[in-house]
Design a protein around this ligand. Structure first.
Ligand code: 5GP
Ligand code: ZN
Length: 114
């Protein structure tokens, strides 16, 4: 898919390297990086490498790319329990209007010790 960015979008700037980020996994289609304000250790975001605001703005055939990357990230973090969260629209608490999946590890007490 052709890369199309929105100059005013903070996540488009991150993809282009105009704003620094801690990159985790990058594919031809997706970019993932640590959340700047993590809800837990390893909280990261997965975004499409073109500007799309909501789930509705991404073709169905693109969507299957996100969850395998989420699984890889969780595996790399060594955390067995986690949340995948995805907000669409202001009322639903979407603050950054560039589609993103949150991957939020929920370490058990023993994983926290380790
Ligand atoms: P939302 O509420 O839109 O689903 O979540 C947006 C997320 O993006 C928040 O968890 C916030 O901490 C994260 N975020 C916002 N700006 C930046 C940034 O410049 N860099 C990174 N790494 N994360 C950001
Ligand atoms: Zn964008």
């Amino acid at each position: 898919m052709e890369a199309k960015f929105l100059d005013s979008c903070i996540f488009c700037k991150i993809i282009r390297g105009d704003i620094p980020s801690f990159k985790l996994i990058e594919t031809e289609l997706l970019y993932s990086f640590l959340d700047i304000n993590p809800l837990s250790y390893g909280h990261c975001l997965i975004i499409p490498k073109y500007h799309a605001e909501k789930l509705d703005d991404v073709p169905d055939e693109y969507l299957h790319n996100f969850l395998p990357v989420a699984k890889k990230l969780v595996k790399a973090l060594g955390c067995s329990d986690y949340n995948i969260l995805q907000n669409n629209g202001k009322v639903a608490h979407q603050i950054v209007p560039h589609l993103h999946f949150h991957v939020i590890p929920k370490p058990s007490a023993s994983e926290q010790e380790g």
